[in-house]
Write a protein of this length. Structure first.
Length: 397
């Protein structure tokens, strides 16, 4: 995994970061390398000026115009790679490039028709896409009209270059935009995954420690009451506390490493012990029918049972608790139903806590539902998860 990550990071540092401003001079030079090769079309105007075909005044004016044109072009395209200029400024500078191209061609001749290539590139790279879609062909038409006057053969030779290079820049812009959006999406997905993992750990630790610590507290109280007159029984309670503590430590470690999958049968046995220790008369099934139930679904019911029993022991003040695990046929299909009902007060009555909220999320991930509220005798919690029929089990096998 380390090698894969390193191989992905090295190109990102060495290549040009699309759609982002250069962070240092090295990156600025790399981005400039992508722009400079396009200056090949300036060779013809430079050669025309150096050839002495014009008067000194025309040569000086042409040189000034060429330097101004090149500076505006590089400034617009290079700046657009990082933080673009305001729209009005961009539009004004593109208009200046267009006017310079027309004027220089009409006054100095056909050697300057290549400037329209840069006007087209600038339109495709800097203007809004809807604007670029019509300014690129407009630039091409202007080049042809000017070329018919100063050099028809050269103009027709540049026709496809001016048209296609402008539209190719619009494609590059959309590629850059997609790359930036994918980069942001990747960061968002990583954040969501981290949040989900933190939520999973919070649910696991709440369910694990809430149950175990409640049992430890209960047995500690029993040991304290037994200690003066029944030291042997108190010692047994202390031994149970040690066993529960060790098991809680193991459970927390497994939950943190992501391998904790509680089994419903084990939770039923633990519920019997916890309820009996709390002085609650418990009716708990020994062997539930779990044929064809996936591990994730069974784990969701096991967490529901643990949370329900913890609430009975800590909050309800109940004298009796009944646990049922049944298969039922509902309008939504066959389900496996876990029902926990006590005859107590039902807790503080201040609304669902973190435990019930976490259970709802767990069951929803398994395709199930949770109902919790006042029952006929006290508080009743019902968790349902989809249960495959016998035919589904056979076909899946």
């Amino acid at each position: 995994m380390t090698e894969d990550r390193r191989s992905d990071e090295i190109p990102a540092e060495r290549l040009v970061r699309m759609g982002e401003a250069p962070r240092n001079m090295t990156e600025a030079m790399r981005k400039l390398v992508w722009i400079v090769p396009w200056l090949v079309f300036l060779a013809s105007p430079v050669s025309d000026l150096a050839g002495g075909h014009h008067t000194a005044g025309a040569t000086a004016a042409g040189g000034t115009g060429l330097v101004t044109f090149t500076g505006i072009y590089l400034g617009l395209v290079f700046r657009n790679m990082g933080q673009p200029l305001p729209g009005r400024v961009v539009g004004s500078l593109v208009a200046v490039l267009f006017v310079l191209a027309v004027v220089l061609n009409l006054t100095l001749g056909e050697h300057w028709l290549g400037l329209f290539v840069y006007v087209s590139v600038t339109c495709g790279a800097t203007l809004p896409l809807r604007t670029a879609y019509w300014t690129i062909p407009a630039t091409t038409v202007a080049m042809i009209l000017v070329g018919l006057r100063v050099g028809p053969d050269t103009a027709w030779g540049l026709f496809l270059v001016v048209l296609l290079v402008g539209y190719s820049m619009t494609g590059v812009r959309q590629l850059v935009r997609t790359t930036v959006e994918l980069r942001k999406a990747r960061v968002t997905v990583a954040q969501l995954a981290a949040n989900e993992e933190r939520l999973r750990l919070a649910r696991d630790l709440h369910d694990l420690l809430g149950h175990s610590l409640s049992l430890i507290t209960l047995k500690s109280e029993l040991a304290g009451r037994m200690l003066p007159d029944h030291p042997d029984k108190a010692a047994q309670q202390v031994a149970d506390i040690e066993q529960v503590s060790r098991q809680a430590l193991v459970d927390v470690r497994e939950a943190v490493t992501g391998y904790r999958r509680p089994r419903l049968a084990a939770e039923l046995a633990g519920a019997q012990v916890a309820l009996t220790a709390a002085g609650v008369v418990a009716e708990v099934p020994a062997e539930p029918d779990l044929a064809g139930i996936p591990e994730e679904t069974e784990a969701a019911l096991a967490w529901a049972l643990r949370e329900a029993v913890t609430n009975v022991v800590r909050h309800s003040g109940a004298d009796r608790c009944t646990v049922e695990v049944l298969r039922r046929q509902t309008l939504d299909g066959p389900v496996l139903e876990l029902a926990v009902e006590d005859d107590g007060s039902g807790g503080s009555g201040k609304g669902p806590g973190n435990g019930l909220t976490g259970l709802t999320e767990r069951l929803e991930k398994a395709g199930g539902t949770l109902e919790a509220g006042r029952g006929r005798r006290g508080f009743r919690l019902v968790a349902r998860v989809p249960a495959p029929t016998a035919g589904d089990v056979i076909s899946g096998a």
